[in-house]
Write a protein that binds this ligand. Structure first.
Ligand SMILES: NC(=O)c1ccc[n+]([C@@H]2O[C@H](COP(=O)([O-])OP(=O)(O)OC[C@H]3O[C@@H](n4cnc5c(N)ncnc54)[C@H](O)[C@@H]3O)[C@@H](O)[C@H]2O)c1
Length: 293
């Protein structure tokens, strides 16, 4: 998709972090932007700030784990702006499971699958038909993660499994859009190359009652600071990637039609190579790590 000016972008998980940065970047390209998020207060604050900067932005409170809610988001978008060209299925959560996976609360699985995986499916089902009907060029960007998308961190199976799923479903989407000869591209986004200091470690804030844990957590939730400590203890240099850098890469990736929006990183390439090599040589996984890095 080459032309951004005057076109419409929808970003889920847009109240903060990477979603907000993408919305801002699209706004600066002259796009009309719909930010969707399940957290109303931060969403309102973000929309007010971006509008004060002169960007054409609206906010729609949306829970991507509910198809009806994503359908309403589409209807509000069409009502407000008359079309849709870019869809970023970006809302995501860390389930916050603790201990070994055979003891994990099934609600942690249900919540992660509902938001990280079904949230993307809901976005595709609700928006792609409207994008095709509009007849213009367009693009779908689905946010995955190196954790799962490249190789899994065994400590967070819900996250890794759902983010691996996002890669596969985006490959299928790309293949089907190509088969149709549709003017719509698809990309999978790996934010990075380093971790991002966002609200992801406070995902519990956006957990709805219907996916509440069936028993309380025993240990406190892991914070970015805890993770920094663990990485430093494992001898890994801790660096963070600014969200603005990821957003710039998304705009460039859409413009050049790149399927993989994946920053060059020796570390990530080594992980991918080691995993692929393990599969190709039928050797047992020796690439699994305890912490990101
Ligand atoms: N932060 C990182 O290091 C990192 C790395 C790789 C991938 N990611 C992915 O990037 C995406 C954005 O995350 P972020 O890092 O900006 O974190 P974030 O927590 O700042 O942003 C995620 C947003 O999604 C919203 N959200 C949660 N559940 C929702 C729901 N059911 N419906 C609608 N919105 C919902 C949250 O309220 C939040 O505003 C996620 O998919 C995440 O998995 C993040």
């Amino acid at each position: 998709m080459e032309h951004f000016e005057g076109r419409v972008a929808v970003v889920t998980g847009g109240a903060g972090g990477i979603g907000r940065a993408m919305g801002e970047a699209f706004g600066h390209e002259g796009m009309r932007v719909v930010l969707a998020d399940v957290q109303a207060e931060p969403l309102d604050a973000t929309v007010a700030e971006l509008r004060a900067d002169g960007l054409d932005v609206i906010g729609v409170v949306t829970d991507v784990s509910s198809y009806e809610s994503v359908e309403s988001l589409r209807d509000r978008t069409l009502e407000a702006f008359g079309g849709v060209h870019v869809l970023c299925n970006n809302a995501g959560i860390g389930a916050g499971a603790e201990g070994r996976m055979w003891g994990h609360d099934l609600m942690d699985w249900n919540w992660a699958i509902a938001v990280n995986l079904m949230g993307v499916v809901h976005g595709i089902n609700a928006f792609v038909p409207a994008m095709l009907e509009g007849g213009d060029e367009g693009h779908v960007v689905n946010t995955s993660s190196g954790n799962g998308g490249i190789s899994p961190l065994p400590g967070s199976p819900q996250y890794a499994v759902t983010k691996a799923g996002v890669v596969t479903l985006t490959e299928c989407l790309y293949g089907q859009l190509q088969d149709e000869g549709a003017p719509i591209g698809a990309s999978v986004l790996f934010p990075g190359p380093h971790m991002l200091r966002t609200g992801l470690f406070e995902s519990w804030r956006s957990r709805p009652d219907r996916y509440a844990k069936t028993r309380p957590r025993v240990s406190p939730y892991t914070t970015v600071e805890d993770l920094e400590e663990q990485m430093a203890a494992a001898g890994i240099t801790v660096s963070f990637t600014p969200v603005e850098e990821v957003a710039e890469r998304v705009v460039a990736g859409i413009r050049s039609g790149d399927f993989w929006i994946h920053p060059a990183s020796e570390r990530s390439d080594d992980q991918l190579r080691a995993r692929t090599e393990s599969i190709l040589t039928r050797s047992n996984p020796s690439y699994l790590r305890a912490v990101p890095g």
